[in-house]
Design a protein around this ligand. Structure first.
Ligand code: API
Length: 279
């Protein structure tokens, strides 16, 4: 079967976007859809034997919203939501004229999110602002100690629909993100596993972040992780409700709006190439 796809990236977090509305690629498979998508993700995300990406994103119909969205990590696991992927998805829908409005609703496993594409005077999408919904955390017990690799980490657990463990460090460059990220991702404390963010505060409205992603390893950026990092920094009284998050792949603007408790994430997205692949 030939699959048409769009390869996109948001701050270097990269995805293969596939239109599977009306089961365009999945209907001819007797395989159960989830396992079909999971195997496809592993195959297409391979940087040696496939296209190469941190995940695949499926465009699906939605009964109530303007579009349906599913994301599978490069290891084949499904995530509830993806912040950088959602910006890529929104740009894809708008520029392919699949949706003819700049602000629309998307159904995800984490609930409904609302992307808005921001265009220049020539109608080119310059950035995308996403209403990521309301973060979830245990008010009085979101932060706790966890020992891994003989070290004790003080972490703050925040959900953006997908799980995040946020750790504040004095120096990111001295942090072994892979060693500790992998151990925390797979710790029994997190039955669904977790994404792990390491944060170095620059000032109350600026922080540096590296991320070990569940199901993908260290990536250049993680949008839901940047949102979780801002919430954790606010909970720990280190940050204002609006901050710039500097990631390896670039910078995201995050705001946790007091008026409605929603998180807003603004950043770029880019199409790298369009292609087709036989699977
Ligand atoms: N690895 C994540 C999904 C991708 C999230 C990340 N790429 C983002 O931009 O939010 C998880 O399993 O929850």
């Amino acid at each position: 079967m030939i699959i048409n796809f769009e390869k996109m990236e948001g701050l270097g977090n990269d995805f293969v976007i596939i239109d599977d509305r009306k089961g365009a690629i999945s209907k001819d498979h007797d395989q159960e859809k989830n396992s079909f998508y999971a195997e496809l993700a592993v195959k297409l995300c391979s940087r040696n034997f496939g296209i190469g990406a941190d995940g695949i994103i499926l465009l699906l119909e939605s009964e109530k919203e303007d579009a349906g969205f599913r994301i599978f990590n490069s290891d084949g696991s499904e995530a509830q939501m993806c912040g950088n992927g959602m910006r890529c998805f929104a740009k894809y829908l708008f520029e392919k004229k699949i949706i003819d409005k700049k602000r629309f609703t998307v159904e995800t496993l984490a609930g409904v999110v609302i992307p808005e594409v921001i265009t220049n005077e020539s109608g080119i999408v310059e950035s995308i602002r996403v209403d990521m919904g309301i973060p979830a955390f245990e008010p009085d017990q979101s932060s706790f100690e966890l020992s891994v690799n003989g070290q004790s980490f003080h972490l703050t657990a925040v959900s953006m629909g997908n799980p995040h463990a946020v750790i504040f460090v004095n120096n990111l460059m001295d942090t072994d993100v892979e060693l500790h990220g992998r151990a925390i991702e797979n710790h029994p404390k997190f039955p669904e596993k977790t994404n792990v963010e390491f944060i170095e505060m620059v000032n109350p409205s600026q922080m540096k972040m590296r991320v070990w992603e569940r199901g993908a390893g260290e990536t250049l950026a993680c949008g839901t992780g940047a949102c979780a990092a801002l919430v954790a920094a606010c909970i720990n009284e280190k940050s204002e409700r609006k901050a710039q998050i500097e990631l390896k792949g670039g910078t995201l603007d995050i705001e946790w709006r007091a008026s409605n408790n929603h998180i807003y994430k603004t950043g770029p997205a880019r199409s790298v190439f369009t292609g087709n692949i036989e699977v």
